[in-house]
Ligand binder design. Structure first.
Ligand SMILES: *Cc1c(COP(=O)(O)O)cnc(C)c1O
Length: 374
């Protein structure tokens, strides 16, 4: 058998000015958190999201922490969080001394089920974190209606959803405040990095204070509050600027990869479920994710191992938060998230994949399904 190099599940792509801008940092000596790229990246990212402000920070988790802090979330407060998410969404709440209160997924999008939110609201609830999981936007009208009724802040964790659209409006502009991640496997990257976007001038100023150790913008070494060192470096922003300059290319590549997956995997509908895209949604496909049906006589992990043996790397869906020992709760209360997490995994999704790669991956999935059904 000829040995193919493994098809990776994710890959950063540098097709623009990344090298040139990074070299400028080194040659100019602007390598910490001052320098022209921070401002340029923030301006272009705010423009991309259609928001007034974008505030860079050290990573997507710090961005979430800042978003919670700026709205005064603190000890003993409760924040609604989907159980099916990456752990950072819940951890940021814990950093504040507050408690994440989990909500099950809806069956189509696997995102937080808005119909289950109100039952979880108490007089301690201060906010709702929504997560556009794998790039499919949350049903925001439903969430915002509940939030207004109960006077809660809505934080979009858009770490996986750069460029996703809800009813034509872009992720990051759909709640009170939004956060993104630029980790190496995200839609665009700065290596490590994050950003908070908002339309509120006062919130933006407070975010800058919080992320910069709390130092007064007008008086050096004067600290009116206890802040954090959550700054992004000019080097990270240099990469970020080069990435956002090509954001349309990055997004269109993912659209193309997902279109090919739908096309090549459609004949396997007896064996696998393909991701649903609601009429009102434009999915950004951070990760193209499939679920195994019960016709497949193999566990999800065995299926992933079989693909791995054929040179196709995959990743399991996140464990729901209520299953992790750090947040453990009654596991029976989250049937949809439990089901999706047990049957789902991410296929390779990035802009370097060619049609022949997708065809190859689909063929391997087919072989595994068919061998099982004999
Ligand atoms: C990646 C991710 C984050 C955190 O981002 P980091 O930059 O790794 O800190 C937060 N939430 C979700 C849903 C993510 O996927």
């Amino acid at each position: 058998m000829n040995k193919r190099t493994k098809i990776q599940v994710a890959s950063p792509i540098f097709i623009g000015n990344e090298n040139k801008y990074l070299t400028e940092c080194i040659e100019s000596g602007w390598i910490s958190s001052n320098g022209r790229f921070i401002k340029a990246f923030e301006e272009q990212f705010a423009e991309f999201c259609g928001t007034k402000h974008a505030i860079t920070c050290s990573n997507g988790t710090a961005a979430l922490h800042l978003a919670l802090l700026v709205y005064g979330i603190g000890i003993g407060d409760e924040v609604i969080v989907p159980t099916l998410t990456y752990v950072a969404s819940a951890n940021a709440v814990t950093y504040c001394g507050a408690h994440p209160v989990f909500v099950d997924s809806e069956a189509n999008t696997w995102n937080i089920n808005p119909e289950l939110i109100e039952a979880k609201i108490t007089d301690k609830t201060k906010g709702i974190i929504v997560v556009h999981l794998y790039g499919h936007p949350v049903d925001m009208d439903a969430v915002n209606t509940i939030a207004r009724k109960h006077n809660l802040v809505v934080i979009e964790d858009a770490a996986e959803a750069h460029g996703a659209l809800y009813k034509g409006k872009i992720a990051g502009s759909l709640g009170d405040i939004a956060t993104f991640s630029f980790y190496g496997n995200k839609i665009i990257t700065t290596g490590e990095g994050g950003i908070v976007v908002t339309n509120d001038d006062e919130v933006a100023a407070k975010l800058r204070l919080l992320k910069g150790q709390g130092m007064s913008p007008t008086q050096r070494y004067w600290f009116p509050i206890v802040g954090y060192n959550y700054r992004m470096t000019n080097m990270q922003a240099a990469i970020g600027l080069a990435q956002i300059e090509n954001i349309d290319w990055h997004l269109s590549k993912r659209k193309e990869v997902s279109r090919l997956y739908y096309q090549y995997l459609a004949p396997l509908s007896n064996y696998i479920e393909l991701p649903v895209q609601e009429d009102w949604a434009s999915h950004s496909f951070w990760m193209y994710t499939i679920l195994l049906k019960s016709t497949v006589k193999m566990t999800r992990d065995e299926f992933m191992d079989a693909l791995d043996n054929q040179g196709v790397e995959t990743r399991p869906i996140f464990y729901p938060m209520h299953i992790l020992p750090i947040y453990q709760e009654d596991t029976n209360s989250y049937p949809v998230a439990n089901d999706v997490a047990a049957r789902g995994f991410n296929l390779p999704t990035h802009g370097l994949l060619k049609e022949e790669d997708i065809a190859f991956i689909a063929k391997q999935i087919e072989n595994i399904c068919f061998k099982l059904s004999i």
